[in-house]
Design a protein around this ligand. Structure first.
Ligand code: MTE
Ligand code: MO
Length: 194
């Protein structure tokens, strides 16, 4: 069995503390669900990087990777083995000119949601801009056409309907982080609240 299928820590438990496994796939969205066609779902690069925008066809022309990982929501449910397909953040970075001073990235979304990541978390194993869930287009309520998946952090970091990556030289809180959630959100360290 490929150990990378599991987000558990080496030698540790698979289920993070305080979590329960669910079989279905709950939808957790704050506010309305933006409805975008793939053609509308452009991805803009801003901040401390060369400004540019990726259209859908440009994103689909980038290397595509399958990732199967557990998904942990801070409201205490975890779903095991969710299969996503998309562009690894690491692979996207090859096509960007990011300023060396950049240490963090803000994921901004259609609809106004945002969440902050350290650059090293954005570039971590399995961090994906996903457009397929179990081989199908991601349903709109789960973030289609394009969402981030940051499998090693609580799922509020996995921004749905992502519209923009803003590179920054400081750690600025996103939507839930301004409202009391932790700046990083490691589920195994129970980094739930600030
Ligand atoms: N744009 C956006 N992304 C978001 C959210 C949101 O409200 N808006 N909720 C977050 C939270 S709290 C969780 S747990 C996951 C839930 O993803 P799901 O609805 O596909 O289960 O999306 C995250 N991404
Ligand atoms: Mo969540």
């Amino acid at each position: 069995m490929d150990r990378r299928l599991f987000s558990k820590r080496p030698g540790g438990e698979r289920l993070p503390p305080g979590q329960s496994v669910v079989r279905g796939f709950p939808v957790l969205t704050y506010g309305p669900t933006p409805r975008l066609t793939p053609q509308d779902a452009t991805l803009t690069i801003s901040g401390l990087a060369k400004a540019r925008s990726f259209g859908w066809d440009e994103l689909m022309a980038l290397p595509q990777t399958d990732v199967r990982r557990d998904f942990h929501c801070v409201t205490r449910w975890s779903k095991y083995d969710v299969g996503w397909t998309g562009i690894l953040a690491r692979d996207l970075m090859e096509h960007l000119e990011v300023d060396a001073a950049s240490t963090h990235v803000m994921l901004r979304c259609y609809g106004g949601y945002s969440t902050n990541l350290r650059l090293e978390d954005f570039l971590a194993d399995g961090c994906l801009l996903a457009h397929r869930l179990e081989g199908e287009d991601i349903p709109v309520e789960h973030g289609g056409p394009l969402r981030a998946i940051v499998p090693h952090l609580y799922a509020w970091k996995s921004a749905k309907w992502v519209s923009e990556l803003e590179f920054m030289d400081q750690n600025v809180p996103g939507f839930w982080e301004r409202n009391g959630y932790h700046m990083r959100g490691d589920p195994f360290a129970e980094e739930r609240f600030g």
